[in-house]
Design a protein around this ligand. Structure first.
Ligand SMILES: C[S@@+](CC[C@H](N)C(=O)[O-])C[C@H]1O[C@@H](n2cnc3c(N)ncnc32)[C@H](O)[C@@H]1O
Length: 230
């Protein structure tokens, strides 16, 4: 049975994984980055320590650190059950074993919680797509990892289109990953998203990633707003 969850659960990645997914190293230090649907990722904590100016946004941040930790523990059981039932849906050469994956996610969540308790709402903003509480072009780059296309079957076309448009309102460039759904099938909405952003005058590219885990999750979508003439 393919991997399936009814809703997006708190399950987070670290800076090294974000770098493999989004080529963070190629973004100049000091750039303003928004991580949308950031969940318990330690990306914001680690990247801020390394010189980028990262804000994380997720509905989860309405909760206390203790409540987020509890939700993570519940998600951990669910996700690990699904992964163990669907081992062939993933490449294990980099991560090793499901146990090592679980340990990595726990370590990431701990780093996130420490930073969340320290920086609270200054860095971790409660926000739910398809609306974001930020000014137009407030960020240089907005990222969205493991949320939009992954959950498109439950979230639907209108939500996904509106979310992409909203991310492009608050950032000059957006990077989205993966371009497959939770069941590993290619996104059915991607062609419509590409047509929609082209109609809005943005340029889109599909780029290979260095990250390799979910089978089929090999590319990211990068969309850039047109440069404003001087
Ligand atoms: C699988 S986690 C991804 C975390 C992180 N981006 C990463 O790749 O490590 C998905 C996140 O989406 C968040 N989420 C759920 N509904 C959302 C919405 N409407 N807008 C933004 N984020 C949402 C969940 O709270 C959860 O933390």
């Amino acid at each position: 049975m393919p991997f399936h969850l009814h809703e997006a659960v708190p399950w987070g990645r670290n800076l090294e994984e974000y770098d493999e997914i989004f080529a963070i190293h190629a973004i100049p230090r000091g750039a303003r980055i928004l991580d949308v649907a950031a969940g318990p990722a330690s990306f914001a904590a680690e990247a801020n320590a390394d010189g980028w100016r990262v804000t994380a946004a997720d509905p989860l941040y309405v909760s206390s650190a203790a409540a987020i930790s509890e939700r993570f523990q519940a998600a951990r059981t669910l996700v690990m059950e699904q992964i163990n039932r669907n081992l062939s849906g993933y490449r294990w050469d980099r991560i090793g074993t499901p146990r090592r994956l679980e340990a990595r996610r726990v370590e990431t969540m701990r780093a996130f919680l420490k930073d969340f308790e320290r920086h609270g709402g200054d860095r971790y903003v409660e926000a739910s797509l398809p609306k974001l509480p930020f000014a137009d072009a407030a960020f240089d780059v907005a990222l969205c990892s493991h949320f939009l296309f992954l959950n498109e079957a439950t979230q639907g076309r209108a939500f996904t289109l509106a979310s992409v448009k909203e991310m492009l309102r608050v950032a000059r460039e957006i990077r989205l990953f993966p371009l497959v759904r939770m069941d590993g099938q290619s996104s059915r909405l991607l062609p419509q998203i590409l047509a929609s952003v082209a109609r809005q005058g943005h340029s889109a590219t599909i780029e290979a990633v260095d990250w390799s885990f979910q089978i089929g999750a090999t590319h990211r979508l990068v969309v850039r707003r047109p440069a404003i003439a001087a």
